[in-house]
Write a protein that binds this ligand. Sequence first.
Ligand code: DGJ
Length: 726
Amino acid sequence: MIRFTKDNSQFQLDTKTSTYNMQVRDGFLLHLYWGARLEGGDHSYFFREQGRAAFSPRMENCGGFILDDVPLEYPCWGRGDLRTPAIEIENPDGSNIVDLRYESHAVSAGKPRIPGLPAVYVENDSECETLVVTLRDKYSNVCVDLYYCVMEDYDILTRYACVRNEGSENVIIRRAMSASFDFDHIRFDVISNYGTHCRERQIERHALQHGRYTMSSRRGASSHVHNPFLILTSPTADETSGDAYATVLVYSGSFAAEAAAGQFDSARAMIGLNPEEFSWTLASGESFYTPEAIQTYSATGLTQMSQNFHRLFRTRLCRGKFRDARRPVLLNSWEACYFSFDEERLKKIGTCSAELGIELLVIDDGWFGKRDTDNCSLGDWVVDKRKLPNGIEGIYNHLKELGIGLGIWFEPEMISPDSDLYRAHPDWCLHIADRPRSEGRNQLILDLSRGEVCDYLYDSIAAVIGTGMIDYVKWDFNRNMTEVGSEPLGKEKQREVTHRYYLGLYSLLERLITDFPNVLFESCSGGGGRFDAGLLYYMPQVWTSDNSDAIERLRIQHGTSLVYPMSAMSAHVSASPNHQTGHVTPFDTRFTVAFTGSFGYELDPTQLCDEDKQRVIHTGNLFKEYGERIAKGNYYRLRDPHEETCGAWCTVSEDQSLCIAGYVLTHVRMYGNNERIALRGLKPDALYKEKFTGITYRGDQLMNFGLHAPTTLEYQSILWILEEQK
Ligand code: DGJ
C-alpha cells in the first residue's frame, strides 16, 4: 500500500511486514524509515535534525539542515552532500553538479515495464502499486523519476530511476545508481558473495566499518567474483532472527554495490551500474533508465529474506512455460565426452539414457564448425558433418524414437579468431582500433551493441532451433570483457558500450524466447559467471558452476541460495572421481546434493556399473515424483558447509505436506559427534512418514529434536523424504 500525507509531505510504502517512509522537506526527498511494518501517522520526528556542520557547507533556504548529515533518497553530487552520490551529471559547461528537488509525484496501480531491461513483472495490476517521485534540477532541467513499486504480498519493493534531459543541450550521466539507502546508524554486518571460476558465491560476512566497502564487477559480466546484491544485517542476525535489509540488482553486466559508514556514524548503501565503467550522453528530450533494484526487509533473519527473493524470482521474474513446470531430467554430454563425440557415440549415450529414464540429451560444445578443441569455430553455428554426418536430424530422429528430447549448446556472444565469421567480419568483435585484441579461452567477444551482429546471431540460432528438433538450449559465455570498444558509436560514447552490449543481448534474448516459447533456455558462463537476476528474466535456470563436485557444490549452492531459488540452480550428478577436484563420493551423496536443483547427469551412462545404472533409474524417478513440488517449496539452510563439518538443508512444499531434507558429512571427526538435524517449516502437530524407513514422526519432534545424521564416513550423506500422513 502507498500512502501520501499532504500535511506533512510523507510517503508511506507498506509491504506485508515492512514499511518504507520518505518525506519532502525544503524540497529535498529525505529518507525516514525502513523496517518492520508501522501503522500510518506522522513519523516526522524520525528525522533528527542535528545541524552537525563539521566542515560541511550549509545550503541556502533549507532550514537548519546540513545536507551532509541527513538521510536522502537519491543523493546528488555537487552541492552539500559530500558522501557517495547516487547520481552525477556533467553539464554542457563541463561542470559536475546536479541539485534535484521534489517537483511532483504520482501513484498508480500495476507495475510499468522498464524499456529494454529485464524486471520483475506482475500478472495482475492488483499485485503492485507504483509511486513515481519526480525531482528536478531547476538550473539544468535534468529530471529524475524515482520509481518505487510496492508488491505488498511478496514483501518486496523494487526501485529504479529514469533520468530525463529537459534542458536544451546534451548532458552526460556520469553515475546513476538504481537505489540508495541511508541509515542513521552503522550497527551492521555486510554479507556478500565472493569467488572465482569453479568456486562461485562463497559467503563472506564482516562488520561494517568506516570507509567504503564495495563489491563490484568491471568485467562486463556480473561475474564469478562478486554477485550483484548487498545484504546488511544486525550484527547478531542469523537464519531465524535479527534484521536483514537486502537488495538485488536485475542486471548481468558490470555493477557496483557499496556500503559505507560515514563521519557521523550513519550508513549509506547503494547498488547500480558500475560508474567506473559507464557514462551516458543524454541529448535534449532523451531518457535513460537504470536497471531495477529489488529490496526486501526481514525482521526474522536470513531465511525469510532469502525466501522472499526465491518466491519473487520463481514466480515474477522467471517467465515462460517452464517457470512452473518440472524441468526435464537431462544428461549433458560435456563431462561425458568433452569434444570427442560423433553420431555413433551420441546415439549410444542416448539409447542408454533412455533406458535409464533420462528425458533429454544435451549435446554440449563441439557440434559445429570444426571444433575439436576450444581454439576455433565460435560464430560458425553450422553442424560439423565430420562428427554428425546426418546433421542434427540424425541424432534427433534416434532420440525421438527413444522418446527423449534433444538439447544443444551455444556460445552465441563469442567469436573465435579462427572462424569463418571472423574472417568475414573482423570488426564485429569488441575491440579498439590499432590495439591488440586479448583472447580469453582463444576467443573474442562479439559487439552486441551492434544491431547487425544481434541479427546475425538471431538468424544463426533460429536456423538451428527453428527446426522444431530442439527442446533445450544451453547459452554459454566463457570470458570477461577487455578492449571494450565499438567504433560505430563514435568516440563520445565509448563508455556506453558495455551497457549497450547488455541492451543488445537482452533484446536478442527477448526475440528468441518469444519466437521459441517451447525451448527451455539455460544460461551459463563457465558455470556461474553470470548467475544474476537479469538473465533469470529470460532463462529460468543457470548452470550453477563448472565445479560439479558434490562437496564443493554444497558450498556453492548454499551461497547461491542467499538470493536465488534452488529451481534456478542446475545441478547434475557427475562421475566419481570428480573431474575438477578428484573427490571420490558415493553416488547417493552426489544425488542428494543435486536433487534439490534443476536435476540431471553430467557423465557417460554407458560407463556406469549396473548398480549405478539402477541408481540413475531410481533417482530420476524420485525427481519426477517430487521435482515440481520441491521447486515450488520453501528452502531452509540448516547447516553452513562453509563453517561446519557438514551441510544440511530442507525444502518444504507450500502446503507443508512434504519435506525433503539433505545432509552431507564433509569432514569426519573420530567417533562422530551425535549429529542431529532439526528441520524447519513443518506443521508442528502433523505426522510425517519418512519414505525410506517408514518411520513416522511428529512435526514438533522433527523441528525441535530433529533426525540423527550419519557421522562416521567422509562424504556420507542422507536424504529424508517426509510426507504428511492425513
Ligand atoms: C563452460 C561450461 O560451463 C561447461 O559446462 C561447458 O559447456 C563448456 N563451457 C563447454 O565449452
